[in-house]
Design a protein around this ligand. Sequence first.
Ligand code: RTP
Length: 155
Amino acid sequence: GRIVASSVEQSYIMIKPDGVQRGLVGEIISRFEKKGFVLKGLKLFQCPKDLAQEHYKDLKEKPFFPGLIEYITSGPVVCMAWEGDGVVASARKLIGATNPLQAEPGTIRGDLAVQTGRNVVHGSDSPDNGKREIALWFKEGELCEWESVLTPWLV
Ligand code: RTP
C-alpha cells in the first residue's frame, strides 16, 4: 500500500505468531507505550505466504528461510507502526538480540523467549526499512494521524 510519509521516524514492529499464541500481545505493546513511542498503526493479521517472502526477501538464500516463512504464516501476527525520534534503534534495543539466549534480561526477547526461530517480535533495522516495511504491511487509511499527550512532555 501507499502510506502518507511522516516527518518523524517510524519503525515497523510485529508480534510474531508465537507471541500472539502465547498471549504476550499486551505485554509487548506495553513496553513500547511505556517507553514513550506513539502508536500510529495496529492490526491483527493473517500474513499470506507471498507477503512473508517479500518482507524477508534479503534472507531468501538462507537455509532457515522456508522454516521462517512457515513460522511467520503459521498464525496471526500483530502489525504495528510506532513513531518517535530514534524509534528504530531504540526499538531494536528494547527487543534485544536475535538469539533470545543472548538477549539481555530486560529486553523483550531476553525476558520472554529462548529460541532464535521463535523470537516473538520483529523490529525494522533502519529508518529506510521502517518506511519500506510499513508501506508493505499497511494499506492506505490504516495509519492514524493523532496527537499524543506525550508530545508536550517528551518532545
Ligand atoms: P527481525 O528481522 O525478526 O527483527 O530479526 P533480526 O533482524 O534480529 O534477525 P535477522 O537476521 O534479520 O533474521 C530474521 C528472523 O529470521 C529468523 N532466524 N532464524 N534459525 C535461524 O538460524 C534463524 N536465524 C534467523 C528469526 O526469527 C529472525 O528474527
